[in-house]
Design a protein around this ligand. Structure first.
Ligand SMILES: [Zn+2]
Ligand SMILES: [Zn+2]
Length: 175
């Protein structure tokens, strides 16, 4: 869905949509499907460009870093962008950063809304995704998912460590 900057009303334009925005790509280029995405955005003309205040709610299907199972993570994010046709010279950039907004360059007066949303959702992907805080992960020995099954590897491993590997010979009578 493209937003044409020309169509933004003088008093501002409100966009409320339920849409699909497709699949994100993770840092390793792995696909991250998104769920139904709800958008509520207000566009208005500002002094520097078009102010875009947006709330997006969606879900991401991520792979748990411990048990490697896919799980769905709900996401909601409020963000503010300023759509500009040209990026300012470097000197003014720091000043704008302090104003808690981000300049977003727009080509030919049109904004690709799904692309903007995908970029924002990408920012909410955790560094280490976990299906739940206390995910038990996989057994490093047999690979079983310890959230749904148990194995004896740990107990066996401990026995191996504590069992004597050196056989002590009886002292000779000379000592
Ligand atoms: Zn997990
Ligand atoms: Zn095991």
């Amino acid at each position: 869905m493209l937003i044409d900057i020309k169509d933004i009303a003088r008093e501002g334009t409100l966009i409320e949509r339920v849409m699909t925005i497709g699949t994100l790509r993770g840092s390793g280029n792995e696909p991250i499907p998104t769920g139904v995405t709800r958008v509520r955005a207000l566009l208005s003309r500002g002094s520097r460009g078009v102010d875009f205040s947006c709330r997006v709610e969606s879900s991401l299907t991520l792979e748990c870093a411990r048990c490697l199972e896919p799980y769905e993570m709900p996401v909601s994010s409020d963000f503010h962008l300023v759509f500009v046709s040209r990026m300012p010279a470097h000197g003014t950039e720091n000043q704008l950063e302090e104003e808690d907004c981000e300049l977003y360059p727009v080509s030919e007066g049109k904004v690709d809304l799904p692309e903007v949303l995908r970029e924002q959702l990408y920012l909410s992907i955790p560094l280490k995704p976990l299906c739940r805080e206390d995910c038990c992960g996989l057994c490093p020995r047999c690979g079983i998912n310890r959230n749904i099954a148990s194995c004896d590897c740990e107990a066996l491993g401990q026995n191996q460590v504590s069992s004597p590997s050196i056989v002590w010979l009886p002292r000779s009578p000379k000592q």
